[in-house]
Ligand binder design. Structure first.
Ligand SMILES: *Cc1c(COP(=O)(O)O)cnc(C)c1O
Length: 408
């Protein structure tokens, strides 16, 4: 028995109720569906101390996850990634209490594994035989991997410019993969048309099914648990479709209702690249939804999302927590990626590096205070983006010598 307290789904825009025990996509209004749980029952039956004794995967929060039968869990050990201090880098940018939640250390090397583990598990439980999605690469790689483990088919379409390794991951996992000469939205249209003409496949595009969000929200639960059920002052997140940030906010609200956390919520920061910053533009103009961003392009490929279905949910989370939205340039984020590796030995992804660049800028502007405890989500490992490092080193002939330099 798993004791999921899942009760129903609601439309994120109208609040209309939907049945959680059949396959669902978006609401009648075309908007994301959010999972709701019987939190009173959870609060009455589980305590943080019970959770502390459970295995170190995201399934430790099983009561607030949608899978009803343990036998349906498809797991590769995802979750409970380290929350590590960055003393040297933090001091250098004037934020000494800077922490990084390192999602590079998770199956498939990005936090997309969280959404895939929970999404695939729940889809399998509801009888889905194949999943189909457009992706900027990492989500496709993760869903292909978990689909393979579930014995399920996967149909993936990604832009030709997506990180090359993610193609190999999809092919290795047996996915039906298509490269698209365009952006993620173009891939989405092709997938949508394909699913309409197939049986047994569910479209699992970002926020077009309710459970990827549930997987990603576990980052919020873990941050609180890893800080002894206290909260940081600020959380910085690289927002593409924004699922991670919407999920963390959802987790915060659930934990508050459960009585597991107290006090002010962290200020949530949506970080984007200057080459694709629709949510930042909307935040700055006071709009409730974003406008499609023209000619989107950034090395932080995972956040190249010109128009996100859940943009209004990201903006709501940022505003409700007195957070902010900020865009950084590719040059800045690549520099911070290098600084992290130099000062802390950790090779992070460009999306995570965008959050470091944002922390630096927000400290310079005074928005981040020197005593703020700030958590940066590094959403993936640098190893998936080897081309972001310019390697210019000498090649030695076998009879040459390495210069004699001593470090004392
Ligand atoms: C997908 C992705 C993001 C953005 O995630 P969203 O949920 O779309 O906001 C950030 N970083 C990496 C490495 C990604 O793969």
């Amino acid at each position: 028995m798993l004791n999921s307290a899942l009760s129903h789904l609601v439309c994120s825009q109208t609040g209309t109720r939907y049945d959680a025990d059949v396959v669902q996509g978006v609401s009648a209004a075309g908007m994301p569906l959010l999972a709701r749980y019987d939190l009173e029952r959870v609060a009455a039956t589980v305590t943080p101390a019970d959770i502390a004794a459970r295995p170190r995967t995201l399934w430790r929060y099983r009561e607030v996850l949608p899978v009803r039968d343990e036998a349906n869990i498809v797991s590769l050990g995802e979750g409970m990634t380290p929350l590590i201090p960055l003393p040297s880098y933090g001091a250098a940018i004037g934020v000494p209490h800077l922490l990084m939640k390192d999602e590079g250390l998770i199956p498939t090397g990005t936090f997309k594994a969280r959404g895939a583990a929970v999404g695939v598990s729940r889809a399998a439980e509801l009888g889905v035989k194949g999943v189909a999605m457009p992706t900027n690469g990492n989500a496709g790689a993760a869903w292909a991997a978990y689909a393979a483990r579930a014995g399920m088919r996967s149909l993936i379409a990604m832009p030709v410019d997506a990180p090359a390794i993610t193609r190999a991951e999809c092919v290795a996992a047996g996915a039906e993969l298509y490269l698209v000469d365009g952006l993620i939205g173009d891939a989405g249209k092709l997938v949508n048309a394909a699913v309409a003409a197939r049986d047994g496949y569910q479209e699992v595009s970002t926020l077009k099914e309710p459970y990827r969000l549930e997987g990603k929200k576990t980052m919020g639960y873990e941050i609180a648990e890893q800080l002894g059920w206290s909260l940081p002052d600020v959380i910085l997140y690289p927002a593409g479709g924004g699922v991670g940030l919407i999920g963390i906010y959802k987790a915060l609200l659930e934990m508050r209702e459960l009585g597991w956390i107290q006090g002010d919520l962290p200020r949530l920061v949506a970080v984007q690249a200057e080459g694709c910053a629709p949510i930042v533009q909307a935040f700055e103009s006071g709009a409730e939804v974003s406008e499609p961003f023209a000619n989107a392009r950034t090395v932080a490929f995972g956040i190249t999302v010109p128009k996100a279905l859940g943009d209004f949910l990201v903006l709501e989370a940022v505003r409700a927590t007195e957070g902010t939205a900020i865009a950084v340039s590719d040059a800045e984020l690549l520099e911070e990626q290098r600084q992290l590796a130099l000062r802390e030995g950790t090779f992070i992804c460009p999306e995570g590096a965008a959050c470091m660049a944002a922390a630096k800028r927000l400290r310079e502007s005074g928005w981040l205070r020197p005593d703020d405890r700030a958590v940066v989500l590094n959403t993936g490992m640098g190893l998936k983006y080897p081309e972001t490092v310019n390697v210019d080193v000498p090649t030695l002939s076998t009879d040459s010598r390495i210069p004699p330099i001593s470090v004392g």
